[in-house]
Design a protein around this ligand. Structure first.
Ligand code: ADP
Ligand code: MG
Length: 145
């Protein structure tokens, strides 16, 4: 059961807590963990931009990708003590949509994610990414708090 677990990470404390929780579960169930980060795509007005803007857009995306890879590496390093099989994956797009798509396409058996993220509004109990994934994913979703 739950042999392949998708763990969306955004670099927040809440997602780090979720990753620890997923690692505990994975070590009990001998599961493989897939840490997944989604780099949010840039607003559309930049897409329709002339030459100079598109090169600026490219450097912003390059920076985002670099940050995304750092987030994934840190998350992976923080779970090293569990001795698990862990892979890191990155995509560009709308975080909730990409997580839902990935879970369905790769047939992950469980998604483990944080209840809050980086963009948190104080007092809100669940972020928009976690609530959209919880409502729309095709597999079970565990939201850690
Ligand atoms: N860009 C992202 N890539 C991967 N996972 C994400 C991303 N954004 C959010 N998540 C996941 O969703 C959880 C909840 O975050 P979110 O719903 O964005 O809350 P908030 O509104 O507080 O930022 C995070 O702990 C993380 O597991
Ligand atoms: Mg967020």
């Amino acid at each position: 059961m739950y042999k392949s677990i998708l763990v969306p990470v955004d670099g927040s404390e809440s997602s780090a807590l979720a990753a620890q929780h997923a690692a505990e579960l994975a070590s009990k169930l001998a599961s493989e963990l897939f840490l997944f980060h989604v780099v949010p795509s840039l607003p559309p007005y930049l897409d329709a931009a002339p030459e100079r803007l598109s090169s600026i857009q490219q450097s912003i995306m390059d920076e985002y990708m670099k940050q995304g890879k750092t987030i994934l590496d840190k998350a992976k390093d923080s779970l090293a003590a569990y001795g698990l099989n862990i892979q890191t994956l990155i995509a560009v797009g709308s975080p909730a949509d990409e997580i839902i798509k990935k879970a369905k396409k790769q047939k992950y058996e469980l998604v483990v994610m944080g209840s809050r993220g980086l963009g948190g509004i104080k007092g809100v109990l669940m972020g928009s990414v976690s609530s959209r994934v919880a409502r729309n994913a095709s597999c079970p979703v565990l939201i850690v708090r």
